[in-house]
Design a protein around this ligand. Structure first.
Ligand code: NAD
Length: 247
């Protein structure tokens, strides 16, 4: 018996990285997984692997920079599976533009993908979760939500917003819905590669007692904890999964 049997999980940004690793783990634990992202080929590949391994999944293509696409994710999940029990707001866009060069377009796009789409999707899913007696929402923030990182004002602000949003949602959506978040440190994914990969993050390796970069399946393991009764008395928390950097 899986830990997520009969549950339906929407995981945004699950065509790659830690979202994809979480999709594989949740499906292995029995969840029906709604895979979302922008790239159809990659989305199909994730769904095919889950099905080949004996699980159940579907995909929805949505660019959440365009907020009107958010409803599509929810509607297609409901059409296919008739319920949503777990929502993991994981899709994220990096921004490495220094503050004085930040343009309104980029700011709005980063906020839409990283925060606003998470709000809209949670507002759609929460009534369904409540009607079914409960649910779990997991917001992916970042260590960049705990402190500023030079040259990424939009990203840092969006991740600080995810921290406040997680606490506010927990306060207002309980007792039926548990809302928690994860602050990943440097995790080996396409996003990390886009800013120089492991080599560029040597300073974080040095500051961490574990002396290494993390892996997506280590975020997936934390997400599974937050998606099940193993975390039954945990609410409104942001768990750092960062190898102990900055302790
Ligand atoms: P990734 O690039 O592999 O995954 C990002 C996912 O977000 C992809 O599936 C992508 O399709 C999706 N996405 C991006 N822009 C989108 C858009 N406009 N519309 C819809 N989907 C979009 O990177 P990852 O590291 O797995 O990132 C997952 C989350 O983890 C992000 O929120 C990121 O900010 C956060 N994070 C990553 C790290 C790290 O070191 N990798 C550290 C802290 C936080």
């Amino acid at each position: 018996m899986g830990k997520l049997d009969n549950k339906v999980a929407i995981i945004t940004g699950s065509t790659s990285g830690m979202g994809r690793d979480t999709a594989y783990l949740f499906a292995k634990e029995g969840a029906k997984v709604v895979v979302t992202g922008r790239n159809e080929e990659r989305a199909k590949a994730v769904v095919e692997k889950i099905k080949a391994d004996g699980g159940e999944a579907m995909h929805v293509i949505a660019d959440t920079a365009d907020l009107s696409s958010v409803g599509d994710i929810f509607n297609k999940a409901m059409d296919a599976y008739g319920r949503v029990d777990i929502l993991m707001n994981n899709a994220g866009q990096l921004s490495v533009t220094p503050f004085m060069e930040l343009k309104l377009d980029e700011w709005q796009q980063v906020l839409n993908v990283n925060v606003t789409s998470a709000i809209l999707l949670a507002q759609l899913c929460a009534p369904v979760m409540k009607k079914n007696g409960g649910g779990h929402i997991i917001n992916i923030a970042s260590v960049a939500g705990c402190a500023a990182h030079w040259g990424s004002a939009a990203y840092v602000t969006s991740k600080h917003a995810m921290m406040g949003l997680t606490k506010s949602m927990a306060m207002e959506l309980g007792p039926e819905i548990h809302v928690n978040g994860i602050c990943p440190g440097a995790i080996r994914t396409a996003m990390l590669d886009s800013v120089g990969g492991e080599e560029a993050f040597g300073f974080m390796v040095e500051r961490s007692p574990l002396k290494r970069i993390g892996a997506g399946d280590e975020i997936a393991a934390a997400a599974l904890f937050l998606a099940t009764d193993a975390s039954s008395f945990v609410d409104g928390q942001l768990i750092r999964v960062d190898g102990g950097v900055d302790i």
